[in-house]
Design a protein around this ligand. Structure first.
Ligand code: S5P
Length: 264
């Protein structure tokens, strides 16, 4: 099926190249799943891509939690992700002033050279998006920023008026790919979608086929409900990487998310 047909208004209204790329990958894979690859060894990470690569559209990393990280092993891992037709999303949650964020895109991990997407908080003001975009252009590459508009963890401080300001500033910025919304609360997500409109994507963590409370204040909602409420990508971590059979679980999340998109 053509991406324009499946995504409808979201396709028409989103002209950021990276957003279109994501929508096309999701169609090829028939999956709106971004795997949160929260494993702490390179072997564990490589094994995950081999097992679930065909069922997911994007791979979310926390590069700084890998115990045996080396630049060479990471390069090979990213090449494997690209060969599996995955967008690479470093969930770094940048929050500093623009100039420092630009420098943090370089450094030991050199995030700018391998990431297609990164997360950022807008707490320091909108220049952070320019800083991150400058980071990618320093490396001759393009990428998109996902701004945290809501969070899934209990007691977080992203109150509705803060969310509204993040959305207003983010919607107006060409370097913003979309927003992180809370997948565990479909009603909050529907409000976020109404505020965002069709012009930016919303990706949602806090999603699990087993709805309820997770570890250390994490909360989970149902993947289908999240997509019906306006999520364009479900971010799933432990639901897949801690499962006895990760490939089977990844396929179940892919089917639930794709069916929900088609129904939407
Ligand atoms: O509000 C948030 C934002 C993010 S990006 N809540 C989250 O849980 N995340 C990330 O999503 C978190 O860093 C983790 O990598 C993933 C959720 O993993 P899970 O194991 O709870 O599914």
């Amino acid at each position: 099926m053509q991406a324009a047909e499946v995504w409808g208004q979201r396709w028409t209204a989103n002209d950021l190249p990276m957003a279109r790329t994501y929508m096309e990958v999701a169609c090829r894979k028939q999956s709106l799943v971004c795997l949160a690859a929260d494993r702490s060894t390179m072997a564990g990470l490589n094994e995950l891509i081999e097992q679930v690569g065909p069922h997911i559209a994007a791979l979310k990393t926390h590069v700084d939690l890998v115990d045996d990280w080396t630049a060479e092993a990471w390069r090979a891992f990213c090449a494997k992700a690209q060969a599996a037709d995955l967008l690479i999303f470093e969930d770094r949650k940048f929050a500093d002033i623009g100039g420092i964020s630009r420098k943090q895109m370089a450094g030991v991990y050199d995030i700018r050279s391998w990431s297609d997407l990164v997360t950022a908080h807008l707490i320091s003001g909108p220049d952070i998006v320019d800083g991150l975009q400058a980071g990618w252009s320093d490396a001759g590459r393009e990428g998109g920023v996902l701004l945290l508009a809501q969070m899934s963890s209990r007691g977080n401080l992203l109150a509705p008026d803060y969310t509204a300001q993040v959305v207003a500033k983010g919607k107006a910025h060409a370097g913003v790919f979309g927003f992180i919304g809370n997948g565990s609360r479909p009603e909050e997500l529907a409000l976020l979608r109404a505020a965002v409109g069709d012009g930016k994507l919303i990706w949602t963590p806090g999603v699990n086929l087993a709805v309820g409370d997770g570890e250390m204040g994490q909360r989970y909602g149902d993947p289908r409900e999240a997509v019906l409420a306006g999520s364009d990508c479900i971010i799933v971590g432990s639901g897949i990487h801690k499962a006895a059979k990760p490939a089977e679980q990844a396929q179940a999340y892919a089917e639930a998310s794709w069916q929900a998109l088609c129904d939407r």
